[in-house]
Design a protein around this ligand. Structure first.
Ligand SMILES: Nc1ncnc2c1ncn2[C@@H]1O[C@H](COP(=O)(O)OP(=O)(O)OP(=O)(O)O)[C@@H](O)[C@H]1O
Length: 443
């Protein structure tokens, strides 16, 4: 293990957690819990009533969702922006409408609140009638944290149907949040992003449909093949980086994946990797006193940026950290520190600055340097995916040149994603009697 010991001690960790709870996030917590005294205390301490979390959600959004009219009134009195838009463009009025809090809607409207996008978040997605997809004839592909995934046919094409467990989908808040993320996913189009197709209408379960990727996940590929050759690893890394760059450059707000792991990267029949399930990670997970807590139940802890684990405010560079761990795994053939539990790994990364080893001969120097930047402890020092793409393209170029030098290649044909090397094979010098022997054998 390559480790740089941080000056932080275990007591620092506890202290840090206490500080997180006491920080400005406490205002959001009190607003969502209906703690009016707590809201007054935090505002009097100097916390801005417009303080927002990483989703740009303010105390007014939370109180409007939860139906705390007294707190909505108080926040407005103290200068909260009635039309503050969150990451999805939703205002507090959009939220109060979604949750059916009529009294709060009236109050917000009276104070000039609007619902610019006219959200009706019960039905924002393209809906496909359940009779169009025969779920009784579905083939089970696998099971994740949210439910099972099936291979089904829709209009003659094989697609994937993701079912959300009723224990999750029956919670109205979770369902609304899921629909918000799916509505966002629906508008995305990129060759390295799994295509969302719609939600099954009138089904007794929450089921959404996406394109089907027949080669499974990067997790399955690494499990089967182990370590990838450097050029394949870099090609795969470029696929993921291009998909992620598209998400991070999404307008008007960047889309942060938050749970980029090898299980959330799928491969199509042409060998191209595509990113899936962004934004869904935090929705169904348990809510604790800090807000939503990522459980890392299926191993996400291994890919979690230190600032997420420490429950600090975070930005899009958390995805760059996860990306670096995935690239490391592609060179390595699987996760490092397999003996440790995923949570222990995340804890040591967050509080001891531990990082996977790069000492092995498998990493080209430029890849080592690049990984160190991507998993840098200071999120601001991590490169953007745009930078990552240009760095990886130059690594790809160098690797291809090295392959050409090592072999007597006379030409390279490039056909879509396949490179065909025409290799010169020197003629073998054969003695005359050998030729005679050879011809007699043929006869
Ligand atoms: N669109 C798809 N095409 C083909 N296979 C898929 C598709 N989506 C998911 N799968 C497969 O279905 C299985 C379950 O996927 P799912 O996304 O529910 O869970 P996961 O990603 O394995 O774990 P988690 O729920 O923690 O993210 C995995 O084996 C995955 O490779």
């Amino acid at each position: 293990m390559e480790e740089c010991k941080s000056p932080e001690s275990p007591s620092k960790k506890i202290q840090q957690q206490v500080m997180d709870l006491k920080g400005p996030y406490q205002l959001l917590y009190c607003s969502s819990k209906g703690d009016t005294d707590g809201v007054i205390r935090e505002i009097e301490k100097g916390v801005s009533p417009n303080f927002a979390d990483y989703d740009k959600r303010t105390a007014l959004h939370l109180a409007s969702c939860e139906g705390w009219i007294e707190i909505v009134d108080l926040l407005l009195e103290r200068g909260a922006d009635v039309d503050y838009q969150d990451r999805w463009g939703r205002t507090p009025l959009s939220d109060a409408r979604s949750f059916g809090h009529e009294d709060i809607c009236k109050l917000l409207e009276a104070r000039g609140g609007t619902d610019p996008a006219g959200f009706d978040s019960q039905n924002p997605c393209c809906e496909i009638d359940h009779t169009e997809v025969d779920m009784d004839d579905a083939t089970l592909i696998g099971e994740g944290a949210y439910g099972e995934v099936y291979l089904v046919k829709w209009r003659g094409t094989e697609i994937a149907a993701k079912t959300i467990r009723s224990s999750i989908a029956s919670n109205q808040r979770v369902k609304i949040n899921f629909m918000k993320e799916l509505a966002l996913w629906q508008g995305l189009r990129h060759p390295n992003i799994v295509q969302f197709l719609g939600v099954l209408k009138n089904s007794d379960r929450l089921i959404f449909l996406t394109e089907y990727l027949c080669n499974g996940s990067l997790y399955d590929i690494l499990k089967k093949k182990g370590r990838l050759d450097p050029l394949t690893a870099v090609n795969y890394a470029l696929d993921i980086a291009r998909g992620m760059n598209y998400l991070h450059q999404h307008k008007p707000h960047a889309i942060i994946h938050r749970d980029l792991t090898p299980r959330n990267v799928l491969q199509d029949e042409a060998g191209r990797l595509k990113v899936t399930d962004f934004g869904l990670s935090k929705i169904a997970l348990q809510k604790d006193s800090y807000g939503y807590k990522m459980t890392g139940g299926t191993g996400s802890f291994r890919y979690m940026a230190p600032e997420v684990y420490r429950r600090e405010a975070y930005g899009q560079s958390v995805d760059v950290f996860s990306f670096a761990i995935i690239v490391h795994e592609m060179f390595q053939g699987g996760p490092s520190n397999r003996a440790e539990s995923p949570e222990e790994v995340a804890d040591r990364r967050a509080y001891e600055d531990s990082r996977p080893s790069l000492s092995s001969f498998v990493y080209p120097d430029e890849v080592k340097m690049f990984l160190r930047q991507c998993w840098h402890k200071n999120p601001e020092n991590r490169p953007s995916f745009e930078d990552i793409i240009s760095q990886l393209e130059s690594v790809q170029d160098n690797l291809q040149k090295r392959i050409l030098q090592q072999q007597s290649v006379v030409a390279v044909l490039s056909c879509d994603r396949i490179l065909i090397y025409i290799v010169f094979i020197p003629p073998v010098v054969v003695a005359e009697h050998d030729i005679n022997m050879f011809s007699s054998t043929i006869e």
